[in-house]
Design a protein around this ligand. Structure first.
Ligand SMILES: N[C@@H](Cc1ccccc1)C(=O)O
Ligand SMILES: CCCCCC(=O)O
Ligand SMILES: [Zn+2]
Ligand SMILES: [Zn+2]
Length: 512
């Protein structure tokens, strides 16, 4: 018994080997336990929308017509109001059953937004809401394969500003309802449909007015679905198949104005630094000093743990054990713009204006920086970091708009909204696994926090890595099959929402 104490190296080695074996066992047990509990399930589900060829054509034309109306939000104060009004006329013509049904009340709210009340037969069921927006960000033809407001088809895709964000959902919701009414469908659970006309510039006159209208009627919602995440195909590195992320919260935001004022003068006798130079240095400091890595301090961890089983070996073990591996995972994620958005509060230098004439010293330089706050950050904390990074009294800061990260919506097995979305996603997107996530973009849904705690950000579209840059970027497009899947999704979601509560889970057989 005393012999091995004479050999401390052997003992240490023995302890190390046993320790490693225990750690590996722990990693594997957690990996395969998580994978087991997160399997998808299917039940009988809702009727499929078997579209005729004529209906398929009708759907394509409906979106093309919507894209051709340039409902652009140019800035916080300037919109194409003529196009916003024209869009209202357009949908009336394109969806006659929706606008003539005795089950549906339609109202124009805030000047150009639309609110539909669809009356169900069972008043005991709490209503839900489908939200989307029809205003779009600007787009000029440079760099587009197809002019951005032509709505032309190209290689099986419909191109145009708004085909992903967010006219695809506006038309998808209306077309699904039109097809349901055509087939004699009558809802059990009442629901609202809201289309905002100023989402891209804060939603204060669209979504906010819809909220005020519903609040004045004492409405509470079972759940609300807005744009946001999607079915991600190859976007999350290492996933073996498409995965659907449902935004259960969204990041906060600060739109910050920076300005430097200096006396004007003749450019032949310039000061050591002009307002442009001073502001440029401050902006560069912000860009070169990213906000701290917050990965693992917010709900983003549950995204990867819930999807652990979807990753290839050995990533599946890594993702199931973020308690050990999150520093490595976050270092890898911050290498790409979309991954970095999960890891920290992001800093985007988006506007820079200065100068009045080439031979005049610029009296003022102005810039805008757009921060999207990680769920573990607050507006106050980020502003303090910004002040400490700029460290220059000449730079004047003023907050244009700011809000903290949104509350996390429930996503447990009993939550009707989340589980109904999950059930519908499984049917329409061939049992794609579903997980909760932090929506890095902001949406109108943040205005509805007093009407429901169950707010979800999910657009029924499949996004590949190259599609992310199309949002607010070049060559925004959607495939014809993708558009049909959107209609299919809402067609089934509306029916699935007629259930009284979450149907019991049925595990799909292994062979599927
Ligand atoms: N959805 C757009 C516009 C927006 C900004 C801020 C709040 C809400 C919406 C974005 O995320 O940039
Ligand atoms: C895809 C995420 C969209 C964010 C909201 C917007 O830009 O309209
Ligand atoms: Zn947008
Ligand atoms: Zn949008």
């Amino acid at each position: 018994m005393t012999a091995h104490w004479r050999n401390p190296v052997g003992t240490l080695l023995g302890v190390f080997v046993v320790g490693v074996a225990v750690l590996v066992a722990l990693l594997l047990i957690r990996t395969y336990t998580l994978a087991e509990t997160k399997r998808v399930w299917l039940d009988k589900g809702a009727l499929e929308a078997e579209l005729t060829q004529e209906e398929r054509e009708q759907l394509l034309e409906a979106l093309k017509g919507a894209i051709r109306i340039p409902t652009v939000s140019f800035s916080e104060t300037e919109q194409n109001n003529t196009a916003l009004a024209e869009f209202g006329q357009y949908i009336r013509k394109a969806f006659p059953l929706v606008f003539s049904s005795s089950l549906i009340q339609h109202e124009v709210v805030g000047g150009y937004s639309h609110l539909f009340t669809v009356r169900g037969s069972d008043n005991n069921l709490q209503p839900y809401m489908l939200l989307a927006h029809f205003d779009v960000v600007p787009a000029t033809p440079e760099g587009w394969e197809v002019p951005p407001f032509s709505g032309e088809e190209h290689n099986g895709f419909i191109y145009g500003r708004g085909t992903i964000d967010d006219k695809n959902c506006v038309i998808g919701i209306l077309q699904a309802l039109e097809f349901l009414l055509k087939r004699g469908y009558k809802p059990r659970r009442s629901f609202y449909i809201g289309f905002g006309h100023d989402e891209e510039i804060s939603g204060n006159y669209g979504a906010m007015k819809i909220v005020e209208t519903l609040q004045s009627r004492g409405i509470r919602l079972s759940y609300l679905l807005d744009e946001g995440f999607a079915v991600l195909d190859g976007v999350i590195h290492g996933t073996r198949r498409p995965v659907a992320l449902i935004g259960t919260t969204e990041k906060g935001q600060i739109t910050l104005n920076l300005s430097v004022e200096k006396p004007p003068g003749h450019s032949s006798m310039p000061p050591r630094q002009t307002s442009i130079g001073i502001l440029s240095e401050a902006m560069s400091r912000l860009e070169k000093n990213p906000m701290p890595n917050m990965f693992g301090n917010g709900p983003e961890s549950s995204t990867f743990e819930d999807l652990a089983g979807e990753f290839v070996f050995p990533l599946n073990i890594v993702m199931a054990n973020l308690w050990l591996f999150s520093p490595i995972v976050s270092r890898i994620m911050e290498q790409t713009p979309s991954g970095n958005a999960f890891v920290r509060t992001t800093t985007a230098l988006s506007i820079f204006n200065a100068g009045i004439k080439s031979n005049v010293i610029p009296p003022i330089a102005r810039a805008i920086v757009n921060f999207r706050l990680h769920p573990a950050h607050t507006v106050e904390e980020v502003l303090n970091i910004v002040r400490n990074t700029i460290m220059d009294e000449q730079v004047v800061l003023s907050v244009v708009k700011a809000f903290d990260p949104l509350p996390v919506s429930p996503y447990d097995e009993e939550n009707f909204g989340y589980q109904t979305l999950k059930r519908t996603i499984h049917h329409v997107y061939s049992a794609a696994p579903v997980a909760p996530g932090v929506c890095v973009g902001n949406t109108d849904s943040r205005h509805f926090v007093n009407l429901t705690d169950s707010i979800y950000r999910f657009s029924p579209i499949v996004m590949k890595p190259e599609d992310l840059s199309r949002i607010h970027g070049l060559n925004e497009r959607i495939s014809k099959e993708g558009l049909e899947a959107i209609v299919q999704f809402y067609y089934q979601l509306i029916q699935n929402s007629d259930s009284e509560k979450v149907p019991g889970p049925h595990h799909i057989p292994e062979e599927l």
